[in-house]
Design a protein around this ligand. Structure first.
Ligand code: MTE
Ligand code: MO
Length: 170
């Protein structure tokens, strides 16, 4: 009996260790995203670019108003600043032809799926980094940043992904 318990504990320790080992890259990316506003771009599972806010801000800043709907509250109009998401792909020469989906992933594990068609539309999908003139702020400080994907033509803000850390073309 004692041997079985020891063996079971040993197996659990090994599983926890392996899981921690496999998650370490993910943890580093989360930290990098929240602390340094690093955004990772992937295409079909492989990383193709890693950009920071200083770079993103050079991609054609647009200021726009959008109605954000928080759960249980009426929509509120806010002004945002950001760049069209497609500009990020174009500037890094990341091909969008043949890709149908853009998957946006956040530090809290939240994921939004966008159609490539809506991403390529003019004045629709933005990678925002300011709200009412202020940086969006980190999750732990009660913010919604460093980046938030905003879909102007989608009146429901479920897919407006906050705390964005990774964007994958599929
Ligand atoms: N990363 C992340 N983005 C998210 C969410 C979330 O939990 N995590 N919630 C979504 C939902 S359901 C809504 S209504 C809007 C606004 O959420 P809030 O009211 O919690 O700010 O953000 C969307 N984006
Ligand atoms: Mo929501």
């Amino acid at each position: 009996m004692k041997k079985i318990v020891i063996a079971a504990v040993a197996i659990l320790v090994i599983i926890v260790g392996i899981t921690a080992y496999m998650n370490r890259g993910d943890l580093a990316a989360k930290q990098d995203s929240q602390d340094n506003a690093i955004l990772i771009i992937k295409s079909d599972g492989a990383e193709v670019a890693r950009v920071d806010m200083e770079y993103i801000k050079t991609l054609g800043e647009v200021e726009f108003d959008a109605n954000i709907k928080s759960s249980g509250q009426d929509p509120e109009k806010h002004s945002f600043a950001g760049v069209p998401l497609k500009n990020v792909f174009d500037s890094q020469n990341i091909p969008t032809e043949g890709k149908t989906m853009v998957i946006v992933k956040a530090v809290d594990g939240y994921t939004s799926a966008l159609n490539m068609d809506e991403v390529l539309e003019d004045d629709n999908v933005y990678l925002a980094y300011k709200r009412d003139g202020e940086p969006l702020g980190r999750k732990e400080d009660g913010g919604s940043g460093p980046y938030q994907v905003i879909i102007r033509k989608d009146p429901f803000s479920q897919r407006w992904c906050k705390f964005v850390m990774e964007i994958e073309l599929q």
